[in-house]
Design a protein around this ligand. Structure first.
Ligand SMILES: Cc1cc2nc3c(=O)[nH]c(=O)nc-3n(C[C@H](O)[C@H](O)[C@H](O)COP(=O)(O)OP(=O)(O)OC[C@H]3O[C@@H](n4cnc5c(N)ncnc54)[C@H](O)[C@@H]3O)c2cc1C
Length: 394
């Protein structure tokens, strides 16, 4: 290490939307905050569709019910969060309260959606069952084969690229310092984490280090094995098309379906962009856009909305979702004093941005996770000690 620059109260490793919102909220609480990232505002938000889908992403299972609470809470905070961020930066985030329509293309899908509807109802969530004809009345571009669907007026969208840009600006305005480099390793003293060493050898000291490196969070050197976040990358390929004015409005809300077992969604932005996603592939850190991925997305999207083949295809891209073993985020202090995690947001990082920022700033300022975030502590992955056998214990 060549030198140590001025220390900070909080050092965030990773300037994706999760690290940025953590830094912004921490700085607002008066903590001297720095972010380390070669390209702040990059990461998965450059690829993500930006659905704020607390209701339509509901799945079965106990963890999912717990995650539902966090998702719904973050969706509830979104309007105020978006307004505050826009106001602070003067930037438009593309936040759109447009709702979502989840449709079924065959009788199996229909049965599955009916079950989802029952589960949503049981969980106290608002959604309305529509016939195929009613779906087409709402969205005339849908295929005649659509057999029914769920109208979810509370699942909105935001443009994640604009969100990331605005968070960088908000951090700068709040006095967050940016170090546009890779963090090479965590430095650990006897009492716990105490900073990082950057790629150029500079050492940065901090009272608390937040590891928010997305799918790379488990790869920072120097982090002891027992506190390394168990996060893996799940690749998603996404297409961007443009709706020419003569076709507008092509779709008026987000439309989604499960086609051949894969999640397909079409997210129409106000500026005429139509995002079509996404594949889900376990291929490590590979971000190649493949002919097969593009073909499958276009084939399935064409089945849902045949007119899509008329639109100009303007961009193809792949990104990595940071996924934890239970698909839920990992938030808060680790067993190593001074090291906290904010990662593992998987498919819902954009949705979970407001609640993550609030929760992380709270724990950084007070030492305690707020109630809403407590089930997502990193400590849930602490190794369970092996049961002691009778022979060993005597
Ligand atoms: C195809 C796709 C579609 C998606 N759609 C949606 C959606 O519709 N709705 C939704 O809510 N979510 C969606 N997501 C998920 C969402 O995008 C992610 O959960 C979220 O962006 C994760 O943000 P992050 O900041 O944790 O990680 P990342 O975006 O991965 O950012 C991590 C950052 O950390 C930096 N970093 C890592 N290691 C280091 C280091 N050692 N030193 C310095 N910097 C480091 C990286 O450079 C990067 O900028 C989607 C994701 C994908 C890929």
């Amino acid at each position: 290490m060549s030198r140590t620059s001025e220390g900070s109260d909080v050092l965030v490793v990773g300037g994706g939307i999760i690290g940025l919102v953590t830094a912004w909220r921490a700085a607002q609480r008066g903590l001297r905050t720095a972010v380390v990232d070669p390209e702040p505002g990059g990461g998965a938000a450059q690829v993500a569709a930006g659905m704020l889908a607390a209701v339509t992403e509901l799945h079965y299972g106990e963890t999912e019910q717990t995650l539902l609470g966090l998702n719904v809470e973050s969706a509830r905070r979104y309007p105020a969060f978006a307004a505050e961020l826009s106001e602070a930066t003067g930037l438009d985030l593309g936040y759109r309260a447009c709702g979502t329509l989840a449709v079924a293309l065959d009788s199996d899908d229909r049965a599955h959606l009916r079950e989802l509807h029952a589960l949503q109802h049981k969980s106290g969530l608002d959604s309305e069952w529509l016939s195929g004809r009613e779906c087409r009345r709402l969205e005339p571009m849908l295929a005649p084969s659509v057999r029914g669907g769920l109208r979810v007026d509370g699942d909105h969208q935001i443009d994640p690229r604009r969100l990331a840009t605005a968070l960088v600006a908000a951090c700068e305005l709040a006095g967050v310092r940016f170090h546009r480099q890779w963090a090479e390793r965590l430095t650990v003293a006897r009492e716990g984490a105490r900073g990082v060493v950057l790629a150029d050898g500079t050492g940065l000291d901090a009272d608390q280090v937040v590891l928010a490196g997305g799918s790379l969070s488990g790869r920072l050197a120097g982090v002891p094995d027992d506190v390394l976040p168990p996060v893996r990358p799940v690749k998603g390929q996404v297409l961007r098309l443009t709706v020419p004015k003569v076709y507008a409005p092509f779709l008026s809300r987000t439309v989604r379906a499960v086609v051949r077992g894969g999640n397909l969604y079409l997210v129409p932005r106000v500026n005429g962009e139509l995002v079509v996603g996404a594949t889900s592939e376990e291929l490590g850190w590979d971000t190649t856009v493949t002919a097969g991925g593009v073909y499958e997305l276009l084939r399935d999207a064409h089945e849902l909305v045949p007119g899509i083949t008329e639109l100009p295809l303007t961009e193809t891209r792949a990104g990595l979702r940071p996924c934890s073993p239970d698909n839920a985020p990992i938030l808060g202090p680790t067993a190593l004093p001074g090291l906290l995690l904010a990662t593992g947001h998987y498919r819902n990082g954009v949705l979970l941005t407001p609640v993550t920022g609030d929760s992380m700033a709270h724990v950084l300022a007070t030492g305690a996770l707020p109630e809403v975030a407590r089930p997502f502590t990193p400590r849930r992955f602490d190794a369970v000690p092996a049961p002691v056998s009778v022979e060993q214990s005597v």
